[in-house]
Every structure is written in C-alpha cells, then in structure tokens.
Design a protein around this ligand. Structure first.
Ligand SMILES: N[C@@H](CCC[C@H](N)C(=O)O)C(=O)O
Length: 293
C-alpha cells in the first residue's frame, strides 16, 4: 500500500539518521524500504532509521515500561541494511532532541528523560555539549578475537565489550596505521561474533592523559552500516577498552575523537555498579516527506 512518510534527518558527530514518528506503531517498514531510504544516492541517506513509537504500542516496549513506567517513548532502531540494533549512543541523543522539538516530550533543566530501547531504559539529559545519555552497566563480553582488516599486515587482538550492543575494540600502533586503514570492507573476527559486532580501531593521543582526561582517536566499522563518521556506543567501548589496558590509575573521563567530531565518555559509580555516560552534539538537519510503497 502506497503511503507518505514524514521524516526528519538528524545527526550526532556525523552519525546520521532518518527519524519518523509513529506513536501507534502502525508503520511497518521492510528491510528493503529501510535500506532504500538510507541509500545515499537513491534515498535520503543515513547510517540508520529511528522510529518514535509509544512503548505501549510495541511488544519490546512492555519490558521498557516494566523497568520504568515513565518510559513513554521507545527508540526503535534499524541499521542502514535493515537489521535491528539494541542501542545507538548517537541516535538516542538525536532521538531525545527530536522528541523535544516535535513537542512529544520535555527535558526540564536538571531532569532526565527515560527512553525505552531494546537494551533497556536509558536516561537522557541536556549537557553543555548537547545531550548526555547514561548507557548503564557495561560488561567485558565476546572474549579477545583476532581481528583482520584490509591494510593490517597481521591480525590484531581485539577486546569484546558490550554496552547494550556488541563491540570489539582493537588498539593500533600509531596515527598512520589508523589513517591508512581501509574500512570499506568489514573486518573479519576470529572466532566470529555470534550476533556480529561493531569494530573500533583506536590510538592514544600523546600524552594519553591531559588535565585528568584520557584522549583517544577512533575509527569504526559498524555492524549493519559499514564505516561511519562516528559511533557513540563504539566511543564508549573504545574508552572502556583503553582504560582497561591502561590499568590502575587510568582516568574515568575520556575525550574520543572520531572522523565526525568529538564525544565525551564518563564512567561513574552507582549503587548497582559502574555506569558509563556518553555526551555530545545532537542536531536536526531538515524535514521531508517520502512517497513509499
Ligand atoms: N551508531 C550507533 C550504533 C548503531 C548500531 C550498531 N551499528 C549495531 O548494530 O549495534 C551508536 O552511535 O552507538
């Protein structure tokens, strides 16, 4: 059936998304429609698609409401190839801004907006650089696979980290190696990750820590989207991995430079264990209407 889809294009450090509002959960996009919309030549272009749906109107929203009855809105996220992901760190900041600007939600100064996701409810607040999201607990997960990438002469060990979605972080020798890496082809993990993984390549700044803040550069190949200009959860995983490798005394505040800009990562204690927060810009770029079907 043919229909019109009103959308907004948004981005956070160049990680870009097509957002649309479907409060009743009535719009079902096929993987082909999603990849067509995300196509940069034949569609709107984007690394992913985000649907704003009321948690009450989505099966996965029931778990979100059970966790936090205030989580009225659910971030329904698809990668550009039409696959679903549990979490998107840049996307959830852009989503929060979208909800606010559409008049669907408010974030009062000093308060947080709980948002349902497939990884659980996540709290978003305004920050000096835009928006900040508490991504909750994280865990080492997925072992230490060997990672092969084009232009890496020998495979490198990676570190599996889950921050709601799966990541493997790889340390490179220097900036030249990072810049010359060809991420047009997906890195190969050995052993492969059961559900796939986002793969981050990192190098430390010199010095690694400046004024108490750890500093790294990162490039990423995202599961389901290929190389992107930024990945928020990837930046969080990269900072956690480098802190892990640096050992005792490493900082809990990190500045992560990605091709599309800079995001901040902060680890902090809570009653249920350590949480990790991501901060950075969230911009809405333009609105449009697509004829689909
Ligand atoms: N770019 C996102 C992550 C999007 C999902 C990812 N590709 C996956 O499949 O897990 C971010 O900013 O975190």
């Amino acid at each position: 059936m043919a229909f019109e889809l009103t959308f907004t294009k948004g981005q956070g450090t160049g990680n870009d998304f097509v957002l649309f509002s479907d409060p009743d959960g009535a719009i079902e996009l096929t993987p082909e429609q999603i990849s067509g919309i995300c196509d940069r030549h034949f569609g709107v272009g984007g690394d992913g698609i985000i649907r704003a749906v009321r948690s009450t109107n989505l099966a996965a929203g029931a778990a979100a409401l059970a966790e936090d009855s205030e989580a009225e809105w659910f971030m329904d996220y698809w990668n550009s190839d039409g696959t679903v992901s549990e979490m998107c760190g840049n996307g959830i900041r852009v989503f929060a801004r979208y909800l606010v600007e559409q008049g669907l939600a408010e974030i009062a100064p000093g308060s947080t907006l709980p948002i349902g996701t497939r990884a659980g409810v996540r709290d978003v607040q305004r920050s000096t650089s835009g928006f900040q999201v508490d991504l909750g607990r994280w865990r080492l997960d997925g072992g230490e696979p060997l990672v092969r990438a084009r232009d890496l002469a020998v495979p490198r060990p990676g570190l599996g980290i889950n921050v709601g979605n799966p990541h493997v972080v790889v340390a490179l020798a220097d900036e030249r190696e990072l810049d010359e890496l060809d991420l047009g082809v997906a890195p190969i993990l050995d052993p492969p990750a059961a559900d796939g993984a986002n793969v981050e390549f990192v190098v430390p700044a010199d010095p690694l820590v400046h004024d108490g803040v750890g500093r790294i550069r990162m490039r990423v190949h995202e599961r389901g989207s290929g190389e992107t200009l930024s990945c928020g959860t990837g930046a969080v995983a990269a900072a956690l991995a480098v802190r892990h490798w640096a050992g005792a005394g490493a900082p809990n505040d990190w500045r992560v430079e990605v091709p599309g800009g800079v995001v901040g990562v902060r680890m902090f204690p809570t009653e249920e264990g350590e949480h990790v927060a991501l901060s950075g810009p969230a911009e809405l770029v333009f609105d449009g209407v697509l004829a689909l079907g």
